[in-house]
Design a protein around this ligand. Structure first.
Ligand code: TYM
Length: 335
């Protein structure tokens, strides 16, 4: 028996923020030696909302370089670009035809994004979770490490796989059912501007998030201006102080300090004392990632070679699954 398989991905819309890092990528990095990992940059998902063609390819390379800079190890993991493997689009079409439309209309993220967008909601936005299901099912993934907000999409992936197996898996299941892998801490990083809202790439204000490639000056400015409260003494577990909870949780993870240590250290502090300490911690945690990123992004040939090899490895797995699916559906073989 080989190692269990992991698949996950991030969209190339802008660069990564602390939520993407702590909710997803850190989880990938920490567990990678136990698994056979496939990590893709999901650039097909990036056009489900209006996008800029001039920045799509550079953003895609930035995310791939950040995967490596964050510590993805090519001895354990394969990195590739979703649109380079056409099986992702093809399986999406096949799964579309067995997915009831109301399953998609019920997705929380679709409803939220559709409201934000107002008019001109594309069929692609509604179909986003089916493409995500295709990403996962193509690789027979056992586990999918993601932030809390993606849990419903993984449940949908399981529902689609169950339905497909029930309809077309005559003697044995064709598609493997994946499990979500969600961290206890960092699975839901909140906005710096409002501790009740998720940190998000689509928030119009860049002050609401810390990006992995922000300079020390930007980080300092964002933390200086972030929302706090006026209660003296800092707490980690008080649900009525969402900003305080969020910032102390981030501090604990980035400083690598257990909860009890953070509580003891911060309980008598005011914001004036905490903010400089937190700023320094964020800057120092991101510094090595930023240094590695600069080296990787400047060596385009090596990055392309990683992505080419990644595509070859990933495509072999994806094509085999797609064949199995098409056979189960009764398709004739290409001549
Ligand atoms: P994306 O790019 O929106 O998010 C990438 C990952 O970051 C996590 N995340 C967060 N975690 C904690 N706190 C936050 N504030 C926060 N914001 C984002 C997300 O949960 C995600 O893990 N639909 C996926 C991309 C995708 C995918 C896949 C993932 C496409 N196909 C197949 C896994 C498997 C998404 O949310 O991308």
């Amino acid at each position: 028996m080989g190692k269990p398989r992991i698949l996950s991905g991030v969209q190339p819309t802008g660069n990564l923020h602390l939520g993407n890092y702590l909710g997803a990528i850190l989880n990938w990095v920490e567990g990678q030696s136990q698994y056979d990992n496939f990590f893709c940059v999901v650039d097909l998902h990036a056009i489900t909302v209006p996008h800029n063609p001039a920045t799509l390819a550079p953003d895609t390379y930035t995310i791939a370089a950040l995967y490596l800079a964050c510590g993805i190890d090519l001895n354990d993991s394969t990195i590739f670009i979703q649109s380079h493997i056409s099986a992702h689009s093809e399986l999406t079409w096949l799964l579309n035809c067995i997915t009831p439309i109301n399953w998609l209309q019920d997705m929380i993220q679709f409803k939220e994004k559709a409201i934000k967008q107002g008019e001109n909601v594309s069929a692609g936005l509604l179909d986003y979770p089916v493409l995500m299901a295709a990403d996962i099912l193509l690789y027979d993934a056992d586990k999918v490490p993601v932030g809390e907000d993606q849990k419903q999409h993984i449940e949908l992936t399981r529902d689609i796989a169950v339905r497909f197996n029930h309809l077309f898996g005559r003697d044995e299941p064709i598609l493997k059912l994946p499990e979500p892998l969600i961290r206890q801490e960092g699975a839901r990083v909140m906005s710096l501007a409002d501790g009740t809202r998720k940190m998000s790439k689509s928030d119009p204000s860049d002050l609401s998030r810390i990006n992995l490639l922000d300079t020390p000056e930007e980080i300092t400015r964002k933390i200086k201006r972030c929302k706090t409260d006026s209660i003296r003494g800092l707490e980690l577990d008080n649900l009525e102080r969402p900003e305080c909870r969020n910032l102390l949780t981030l501090y604990g993870i980035l400083a690598n300090k257990p909860k009890q240590t953070v509580i003891a250290e911060c309980q008598d502090m005011g914001w004036g004392q905490f903010k400089p300490l937190f700023t320094e911690t964020v800057i120092e945690a991101l510094r090595p990632i930023q240094e590695r990123y600069q080296v990787i992004i400047e060596d385009r040939a090596s990055l392309e070679s990683v992505l080419r090899q990644g595509r070859e490895r990933a495509e072999a797995v994806a094509v085999a699954t797609l064949d199995r699916v098409k056979q189960a559906l009764g398709y004739s073989r290409p001549l």
